[in-house]
Design a protein around this ligand. Structure first.
Ligand code: DON
Length: 411
């Protein structure tokens, strides 16, 4: 079908409707506390959805670059986890939502920043990224962010200079962290790296790909490159879910239900693990410092397409595609008469289970339950895995242990 006759997909049309609707929303204000950000045009507005297999839906100003700002925080948290290890990270930065603004000056009773999404935790996080100089840290961060985005990203030096020149509060936070031995060395090189990390230029499409890489367990959907060790993806998404939207985090989880992060540059990124990412860019910010249009779009998208994390499908119910026995399965194979006789007398005790889809815990539990309920009466069980697309490590172990228990030996 040619483009002229092929109607746009339902999803594309819907994004266009959303964009037209919320272009009219003019509440909020452009951030000015970093003077360079004040130059943003309040009309800028882009929406982008990228699926885990790299399908892109986009509308509006999705190619326009802006600074990533606080959306950098979860990604640099992933780098710090890789570079310093989880134990050390947790000893320095806690993971409790603060219910406070992004720039709050606060520590938990053990003297740690409350979480890595507020500035105190994010500055400490940059401190735990490999490298002893600003340059080394920024190189590591830029390289990793580029893997997430699938292209080489750059830094807006004017914005980072503007933030450094006016970032007295962040400087106070950095010295507070030094006082509590979260930094045991001079915090300023890490603080400068933090300013530069926040000033990395992305567009809406980059952000959506960065999110889709997280949704895809750390692998970029198109380049196939790994951006973060898979084991840390759930840690990153957890802090986004609980703390990513600061003092609006609870309301966000309730209404939108996706791990997310906002930035004062006007970006918002929401990630639905295993499925997709949504990125919105609009520099008009609400009182919490989150993009007002971004919040409205994510709320509506989530409710329209049922994207809430807790609106879970029930994979366990559809995992068994077909259940039969050997008397009811035909074969092209010519058999000797005695085999055919054997099959018709005992075939009903040969259970055949065709399973399908992605085997995670719930689906595997369903298979195991079926196996146990058939095991006593069965002479043999044939499990057909040919339609299984994915088997995670936990499911693999559960199945092997079940087989071992059923045949009475270790596998
Ligand atoms: O630390 C700052 O003030 C900025 N570089 C980042 C703040 C930010 O994006 C807050 N998020 N909404």
């Amino acid at each position: 079908m040619s483009n002229s006759t092929c109607p746009p997909s339902l999803i594309q049309s819907y994004l266009e409707e959303l964009h037209a609707k919320y272009q009219l929303l003019r509440t909020g204000a452009v951030a000015t506390y970093i003077p360079e950000l004040g130059k943003a045009d309040p009309e800028w507005f882009g929406i982008c959805v990228v699926t885990c297999d790299g399908q892109v839906y986009q509308v509006g100003d999705t190619a326009l670059e802006f600074t990533i700002q606080s959306i950098s925080k979860p990604f640099s948290y992933g780098i710090a986890l890789q570079d310093s290890g989880k134990e050390k990270i947790l000893s320095k930065i806690w993971i409790e939502p603060s219910g406070e603004a992004f720039n709050s000056i606060s520590l938990d009773p053990l003297g740690r920043p409350l979480n890595p999404m507020i500035n105190a935790g994010a500055i400490a996080t940059t401190g735990l990224v490999e490298g002893s100089t600003t340059r080394q840290k920024v190189h590591r961060i830029l390289d990793t962010f580029s893997r997430y985005a699938g292209r080489s990203l750059t830094i807006d030096q004017a914005v980072s200079g503007s933030e450094s020149a006016t970032g007295h509060r962040n400087r106070a936070i950095a010295y507070m962290l030094r006082n509590f031995d979260i930094f045991t060395e001079d915090p300023l090189p890490s603080l400068e790296a933090y300013f530069q990390q926040c000033s990395i230029l992305v567009n809406c499409l980059d952000l959506a790909f960065m999110g889709a890489t997280l949704a895809n367990n750390g692998i970029h959907p198109l380049t196939g490159q790994r951006a973060v060790v898979a084991d840390y993806v759930e840690n990153i998404l957890s802090v986004m879910a609980s703390c990513g939207m600061y003092d609006a985090a609870g309301e966000w989880l309730y209404n939108v239900g996706m791990p997310a992060k906002s930035g004062v540059g006007g970006g918002i990124l929401a990630v639905l693990p295993g499925q997709l990412a949504v990125a919105v860019f609009s520099p008009l910010l609400d009182d919490h410092g989150n993009s007002a249009r971004g919040i409205a779009v994510c709320r509506e998208l989530s409710s329209r397409f049922k994207l809430h994390l807790f609106n879970s499908a029930k994979p366990g119910l559809s995992v068994i595609r077909h259940l039969t026995d050997a008397t009811r399965t035909s074969s092209n194979r010519a058999r000797p008469l005695e085999e055919t006789a054997l099959l018709s007398s005992h075939g009903s005790r040969v259970v055949i289970l065709e399973i399908q889809g992605h085997l995670s815990f719930a689906a595997t539990e369903r298979v195991v339950r079926e196996l146990h309920s058939r095991a006593d009466a069965a002479f043999a069980v044939i499990l057909d895995f040919s339609r299984v697309q994915h088997l995670d490590l936990v499911s693999n172990r559960i199945l092997l242990d079940t087989f071992a228990a059923l045949v009475g030996r270790e596998i």
